[in-house]
Design a protein around this ligand. Structure first.
Ligand code: PAP
Length: 339
C-alpha cells in the first residue's frame, strides 16, 4: 500500500523516531500532508487546513508537528496560550515582567520590555522558534524559567508539556471583540495579491469556526476544561477581567506562578510598576512597537490597535449579534463560561 503523509505521520508517531525519521519531515512530506487535509478559504493565506480538528495556516503545520514530536518541557517552563487577538501581547508582557522582576526591575528604564516587543521576548512555539520548520532548535540553554507563547489548542500541545509540571496561562476574550480585532489585523497584514476581507465575508468564516486556530469555542473549551481538571497547571484568564481589575488578576497570576508579591513589594509599588510598564498606552507609544517588526516580520504596531473592551458594538449589525450569540451559547452550553 502506498504510504500517504498521514500514515507516515502515524507510523512515525507510533514507532518513536530516529534521526532519519526526523529528517523525513521535509517539504515533500508537508506538501503531501497538506493535500490530504480538508481546506477552506483563509484570511491571510489562500487556504486554512483542518489539522487535528483545528484550522491552520499551511506554513504552521510542519513547525507544529516538529514541536509536538520533539519539544522537551522543563518542569518550570511557563506557557502563555491563547487564540490570536485574545490579549496575548499583554499577557506575555505581564507574565514576563512578573516572573523576572528580581532580575529586571520593572520601574527601571533598561527593562527589556521597553526595548523589545513581548513576542520577541516570549516567542511562539509554532512560529518563532527556529527558522527551518523541520529542524529542531536547541532550547535547552534558554534562561530559566523559560517562557513560550502558543496559539495551539490544548490537546495539540506536546506530550511533554502535558506530562511535565510546567504551567500554562490561558487568556480568552469575548468572541465579538476577538473577531473584530482579528479582522482588522488580518486585513492589515494580508500579503498581496490576496484580497482583504469584508466584514461580512470574515464573519461568515468566523461563525463557522474557520479562522486560524479556530473554532473559537473548541479552543476555549479545551483550556477551560483543563483549568477545571488541573487548576495548578492551567490558569484561565479573561481579557475583560484584566481590563476590569488588573491589580487583582496580576496578583492571582503571580500566586499561580508560585511567585506571589510580598507585602513589601505591594506597598513599594512593584505591582503598580508592572501594570504601568505593560499598559496599552505605554506599550503602544514605545519606539520598538511603533516602528519595529516581530520575529515573523509582522510590524509590531499592528499588535496595538484600541485595547478596549466592547469595540465590537461599533461593527456588528443586529443580525450578526444574534447569530454569533446563539452559536456561542449553544457551543458553550456544556460549561459555565459566558461572555
Ligand atoms: P496576538 O494573539 O496576535 O499576539 P493579541 O495580543 O492577542 O494578538 O491581540 C491584540 C489585541 O490586544 C488588540 O486588540 P484590539 O484590536 O481590540 O485593539 C490590541 O490592541 C490589544 N492589546 C495589545 N496590547 C495590549 C495591552 N497592553 N493592554 C490591553 N490590550 C492590549
Amino acid at each position: 500500500m502506498r504510504e500517504t503523509a498521514m500514515t507516515k505521520l502515524t507510523n512515525i508517531e507510533s514507532k518513536g523516531h530516529c534521526e532519519e525519521e526526523k529528517l523525513s519531515l521535509k517539504s515533500d512530506f508537508h506538501e503531501e500532508l497538506l493535500q490530504s487535509l480538508p481546506k477552506e478559504k483563509g484570511w491571510i493565506t489562500q487556504y486554512l487546513y483542518l489539522y487535528q480538528q483545528f484550522w491552520y495556516r499551511p506554513t504552521l503545520i510542519q513547525p507544529t508537528i516538529t514541536f509536538q514530536k520533539h519539544f522537551q518541557a522543563k518542569h518550570d517552563d511557563i506557557v502563555i496560550a491563547s487564540l490570536p487577538k485574545a490579549g496575548t501581547t499583554w499577557l506575555k508582557a505581564l507574565a514576563f515582567a512578573t516572573m523576572k522582576r528580581h532580575h529586571f526591575i520593572p520601574s527601571q528604564n533598561d527593562h527589556p520590555l521597553l526595548h523589545s516587543n513581548p513576542h520577541t521576548i516570549v516567542p511562539y512555539f509554532e512560529t518563532n522558534i527556529g527558522d527551518n520548520p523541520s529542524v529542531i532548535p536547541d532550547l535547552s540553554t534558554l534562561p530559566e524559567p523559560r517562557m513560550f507563547g502558543t496559539h495551539l489548542p490544548f490537546p495539540s500541545l506536546s506530550n511533554s508539556i502535558h506530562n511535565s509540571n510546567c504551567k500554562i496561562i490561558y487568556i480568552c476574550r469575548n468572541p465579538f471583540d476577538t473577531f473584530i480585532s482579528y479582522w482588522h489585523f488580518s486585513n492589515n497584514i494580508v500579503p498581496s495579491p490576496l484580497p482583504t476581507l469584508t466584514l461580512e465575508e470574515a464573519f461568515e468564516r468566523y461563525s463557522e469556526g474557520i479562522h486560524p486556530f479556530g473554532p473559537f469555542w473548541s479552543h476555549v473549551l479545551g483550556y477551560w476544561k483543563a483549568s477545571k481538571d488541573t487548576p495548578n497547571k492551567v490558569l484561565f484568564l479573561k481579557y475583560e477581567d484584566l481590563k476590569a481589575d488588573i491589580n487583582f488578576e496580576l496578583k492571582r497570576m503571580a500566586q499561580f506562578l508560585d511567585c506571589p508579591f510580598s507585602e513589601g513589594e505591594e506597598s513599594g509599588g512593584v505591582i503598580d510598576s508592572i501594570i504601568e510598564l505593560c499598559s496599552f498606552k505605554k506599550m503602544k507609544e514605545l519606539e520598538i512597537n511603533k516602528n519595529g517588526k516581530a520575529l515573523d516580520g509582522v510590524e509590531n504596531k499592528y499588535y496595538f490597535r484600541k485595547g478596549e473592551t466592547g469595540d465590537w458594538v461599533n461593527y456588528f449589525s443586529p443580525w450578526m449579534t444574534e447569530k454569533l450569540s446563539k452559536i456561542i451559547k449553544e457551543k458553550l452550553s456544556e460549561c459555565s463560561l459566558s461572555f
